[in-house]
Write a protein that binds this ligand. Sequence first.
Ligand code: NDP
Length: 485
Amino acid sequence: MHTEILQIKNFIDGRFVEPITGRYLDNIEPATGKPYSQVADSDAHDVDLAVAAAERAFRDWSKKTAAERSNFLLRIAELIERDLEKFARAESIDTGKPISLARSLDIPRSIANFRFFATAILHTESEAHITDNVAFNYTLRQPRGIAGLISPWNLPLYLLSWKIAPAIAVGNTAIAKPSELTPMTAYMLCEMAREASLPNGVLNVVHCTGPKVGSAITAHPKINTISFTGGTATGRKVAEACAPLFKKVSLELGGKNPNIVFADADLDAAIAGSVRSSFANQGQVCLCGSRVFVERSAYKDFVERFIERTAQLCLGDPLDENTEQGAIVNRTQLEKVKFYVDLAQKEGGKIALGGSAPQAPNERCGEGYFFQPTVITGLSVSCRTNREEIFGPVVTITPFDSEEEVINYANDVEYGLSSTVWTQNLSRAHRVAERINTGTVWVNCWLVRDLRVPFGGMKQSGVGREGGEEALRFFTEPKNVCIAK
Ligand code: NDP
């Protein structure tokens, strides 16, 4: 029987529309290596259509009251929640991540993003300043216009909703571009937007590759705000495209995050937390702690138990409920992981666990992109494996002798996204947190998220902060009104 393959169309002006070229790209399921849908092969002309729709919509949308906009966002959250299971399945098929992870983390956090910004806009404060006896100033924060929102494949709905929700909550209209590797949940989100009767043109989604659609968005003169999440090399291109047009830009980029275990830590918690922060989503989370440092007196014990726990992770078909390790997103990423495992060995590293592709977990996954969780020891801190972002299920473990030494190790990379510290010594926790140059420092936990806190990276991990008040400010333009007394 011939089953028709789904064609993921663009969402422009409240309708699903064909790309102008009429062409589509195959969308491959990572677990099987086979196409399971097709995605619009759009270009700059489709972006033009989206800009026209977003520009028309802005006039009314920006005038709506906060309470009116809030209701639309809450409705979207409610609809995603209603279809949570469908979303989780789609996310798992699209990305190769275990369905249990999509169900417990990605989709609930996407719903939370809409709810958070829907309610945040109802509770903002305005600033006013009295200038001696001379004048009275107040600050108007107005929506900026059309926001271009570009996101990667690892947490597709979560990261896109993290941008869409604040952008439209404060009255902008949006043109979003998900990664062409993982377009499915963005497509489903558009269905929810339509069902929620979000006014046409407020949210537009244009699919295709970064060089075609992403660069058309960053280059478009009418899109004055760009929020980008992705790799550091791409972030540099985005910054270069935006600078001559003086766009307001937020860049959330790569990481090579240290995970530091002091000998005084609760070792059970540190091991469980470290296995999770090393291998969640097959290590394809920008916040994964891919460089593990353990104080020498606890090193041997930690390594043995960490390996034992990691070896128990259940690698399997992402759609299987028991699976804890799914597939790598595509062949290119899988090759990159293999390249770094080979490099680590050339650099003198010892593969303490994993290091190769496993047997396919079942017949369906025969051609899928799987790699074993891999632990490497014996590397120098300064080697390439310890400095470059791999973005896969590969961690290195290195011993250290002093607080000073490990702080230097932690900071001695070009990235500065996040770090984790395991210790029961409160003074040390504060001391180390203050000196590590990362946008987030987790102490005795990982991936705990409060949507009110500023989120972002230092150094080459990004520019600007998202989250809470920072996001509401990013997507608005402050205007000072000064009235003489
Ligand atoms: P990429 O940088 O390759 O892509 C990110 C997005 O940018 C994709 O939608 C991509 O499109 C698009 N893009 C590619 N080229 C351009 C261009 N010239 N102009 C505009 N847009 C473009 O990253 P990945 O998708 O490979 O994601 C992995 C990276 O993202 C890792 O480095 C990871 O650390 C980082 N990341 C950072 C996070 C953070 O919060 N700091 C969170 C999550 C991931 P397409 O893929 O369709 O070609």
